[in-house]
Design a protein around this ligand. Sequence first.
Ligand SMILES: Nc1ncnc2c1ncn2[C@@H]1O[C@H](COP(=O)(O)OP(=O)(O)OP(=O)(O)O)[C@@H](O)[C@H]1O
Ligand SMILES: [Mg+2]
Length: 236
Amino acid sequence: MSEPLLHLTDVGFAWPGQPALLDIPAFSLARGETLFLHGPSGSGKTTLLGLLGGVHRADRGSIRLLGCELGGLSSAARDRFRADHSGYLFQQFNLLPFLAVRDNVTLPCRFSRLRAERARQRHAGVTQAATELLRRLGLPDDLHARRASSLSIGQQQRVAAARALIGQPELVIADEPTSALDADSREAFINLLFEECRAAQASLLFVSHDRSLAPLFDRSLSLLDLNRAARLPEIR
Ligand SMILES: Nc1ncnc2c1ncn2[C@@H]1O[C@H](COP(=O)(O)OP(=O)(O)OP(=O)(O)O)[C@@H](O)[C@H]1O
Ligand SMILES: [Mg+2]
């Protein structure tokens, strides 16, 4: 009935001077859905996330997020749209090491007025929103003023999750965020992420090659099945 949060039609992409990497006839993500996307190293998972986030531009096809055609936006408008509506969680966390934990978390609200407003609506202020999120993700208050680089890997990962979630972006994109963790903390972290996405009514697109995580998600997909370009070598 309602339009999916994200919908791709006939999306093609190649890195300059390289053969087609992605040729995706159709792909959708529903509102509030948690999706596990797997595929071998080099199959194009991170590249696809870059297209969805508007970091790279597709060579052809349509990418609609919240009913908005990303290819129709100027690059400045695409950056703004991305900052407003998507939160990112990366393998290396990409925290600013010398910045305090809490300032790392509030960073997206500096780039997005919408997310700052949403954070303020639910809390006394943006900093308060960061504090609440960090607490819910299990990071004790005495760590919030510390430099991000002084935290353990597992703690930094929670900071990165809080940063992705602040101001309730509709789409949370996670690229191998658990690869630095042992199996037990991995599952615990994913469950926390689910809880927070649910609370914010966000959809989660989670990429990993660790397929043991797949059963935790609403749906699991292989990029190889989505992507016609990956099947070409077998046809020849
Ligand atoms: N900035 C870039 N410029 C040129 N080629 C690139 C660039 N980034 C990735 N590629 C190429 O695109 C292909 C897919 O890379 P990508 O990082 O999307 O794979 P992946 O599925 O995320 O792999 P992994 O599981 O190892 O993270 C690879 O062949 C890679 O060399
Ligand atoms: Mg990758």
